[in-house]
Ligand binder design. Sequence first.
Ligand code: UTP
Length: 296
Amino acid sequence: MIKPLRKAVFPVAGLGTRFLPATKAMAKEMLPVVDKPLIQYAVEEARAAGIEQFCMVTGRGKTAIVEHFDIAYELEATLRGRGKDAELRSLRDWQPAAGSIVTVRQQEPLGLGHAIWCARAFIGDDPFAILLPDDLILSETPVTKQLANAYYETGGCVVAVTEVPHEQTQRYGILDVGADDGRLVEVKGLVEKPKPEDAPSDLSIIGRYVLTSGVIQHLSRMERGAGGEVQLTDAMAKMIGHEPFHGLRYEGRRFDCGDKIGFLEAQIAFALKRPDMGPAVKQFLSGYCADLFPRG
Ligand code: UTP
């Protein structure tokens, strides 16, 4: 019997060094795209996939993330008093149920694998989704929902994958690919950050996963991988062959918001989609385009 997917883990304990100085005193996951912090996009995406229990793996300087999911009584009372209903709704509509968010602490950022291991008591024997909030995806169907569907279809682990330029394989976890129907890919092996000449394919994992709890026993060995970190990819690689393991070519456009250029692009793409802002953004962009690419 396939166990229902109800839990999600949000590892948010990284240092965010690519975004310094912005992330000196503020969590990367609180950076807003248009007017919503990255962590809120991730939690909303998980809820849309039927997730009911949320675990944030936090570290030093990350308290604002947890507070974002509290009710701001004074602010709400003030808004109510002023008749600001739309603003009030913008604070409440996305709040998960009371008691459904837990936090665990990763005292040292020893790697993504270590962060997931820190959530082991929350995970128990259940399947769980992982969402890295700095990967933001614009899609018709939320990517975690796409992965959940694939999990129920295959009964095993599923990771979201996309093709990356061959010369960039060293930045990602890369798949060794078996049977491939163009959407679902059988995973034969996984390598973290291989050099292009060693990469078994150009198909890379992005920050969305659905895993079974078996990964925890591999993580508990605390083996260090690429960059001296405890790598989730290495633990996942050990599960292959013991249970179904697939990559899903998701529908959607992904922005790496842990990177300055990716973050800037996400701002524009998300603002263009907004009915209240899209036309104004289009107008200023066409001004820049005219300056940058003058006609003939
Ligand atoms: P990144 O590789 O983006 O690392 O982590 P980072 O520290 O956040 O950012 P840079 O590279 O220094 O700029 C991917 C995800 O894993 C989490 C991060 O918070 C992010 O969501 N993470 C990473 C942890 O929770 N703990 C860790 O030890 C490492």
